[in-house]
Design a protein around this ligand. Structure first.
Ligand code: R5P
Length: 286
């Protein structure tokens, strides 16, 4: 297999190729002055099974992914696998008001048109890993929570897992099962794209090592609010973990807030210490 990396995931593509003992595909990727993308494959791919690893955080990442997938098809690859560890636009999988575009459907539909398989890591609208179908598109949803928990457990003598909102309680439950400890969740109300309020009755975390888990940290507003509330209940420590660390405002806002902050490497960031390369490699081996 040849594993190509888009610019968003070149390091991860290298790690996956290494885990698979396969070659990293060469490509030239440029942006024209007007913002258009240019992609040129540097390998002959006819008769070869290929994968593109490209997290999609921006619209540019998406276009780059599509160009790479189509170039592989045009080049005669036997199979073309799209691996999008972080996949933007998955937050709108429902229509809340008439006329809204269903972004999750649109994006998946387009990738499905160009790839033989699609793999994501902790897709936002799903609560568990495994094969999934959304609007007639089949894809694989890999679960990085066990990898995160394994790392976070090292710093938690008396763990208790808390989800910052009801939507993430599935992850908290999964982590608590792995750690054989209790879990709970707070209640979040989103006021705007950057503002949230969090409410909760007091939870019994005194003297315990709190693990807060969320799938995505975007601006960090949710987690910072959650930590502030939990800190008032006198835990021994607070560790924060997420699968997809966008950290749009950087990670400085967490300094002096959480005792530890960790994410996976689905996106490049300073705390992305848990690699999802092994689970992606295992999926591509199937
Ligand atoms: C929301 O449903 C997600 O699970 C995260 O809680 C959210 O994306 C975090 O956003 P932010 O870091 O901007 O508060």
């Amino acid at each position: 297999m040849l594993v190509f990396g888009g610019t968003r995931s070149s390091g991860l593509a290298w790690a996956v190729s290494k885990a698979l003992n396969s070659e990293v595909g060469k490509s030239e990727i440029k942006t024209f002055p007007d913002g258009e993308k240019y992609v040129k494959l540097g390998n002959k791919v006819a008769g070869i099974e290929c994968a593109v690893i490209q997290s999609v955080r921006t619209n540019d990442d998406f276009v780059e992914l599509l160009l790479m997938l189509d170039a592989l098809r045009d080049g005669g690859a036997t199979q073309v696998h799209a691996v999008t560890p972080y996949m933007a636009y998955m937050r709108q999988d429902k229509r809340f008001t008439e006329g809204e575009a269903l972004s999750a459907k649109t994006v998946l539909k387009v990738i499905h048109e160009l790839a033989d398989s699609i793999t994501m890591v902790n897709c936002h609208f799903l609560n568990e890993g495994g094969e999934a179908v959304f609007n007639h598109v089949n894809f694989m949803n890999l679960d990085a929570i066990p990898l995160l928990v394994q790392e976070m457990a090292q710093h938690a003598k008396v763990p208790v897992v808390i989800a910052p909102d009801k939507g993430s309680v599935g992850y908290a439950k999964e982590a608590a099962t792995l750690l054989d400890c209790e879990f709970n969740h707070l209640s979040k109300k989103r006021l705007s794209g950057t503002e949230v309020t969090i409410k909760s009755k007091e939870l019994d975390v005194k003297g315990k090592d709190v693990i807060i888990l969320d799938d995505i940290i975007s601006t960090g507003g949710t987690i910072v609010e959650a930590v502030k509330i939990i800190r008032g209940w006198h835990p021994a420590s607070i560790s924060v973990g997420c699968v997809h660390g966008l950290f749009l405002n950087g990670t400085d806002s967490f300094k002096g807030v959480a005792d530890r902050l960790i994410s996976t490497d689905t996106l490049d960031n300073p705390v992305g210490k848990v690699s999802v390369a092994p689970i992606i490699a295992a999926d591509l081996r199937r």
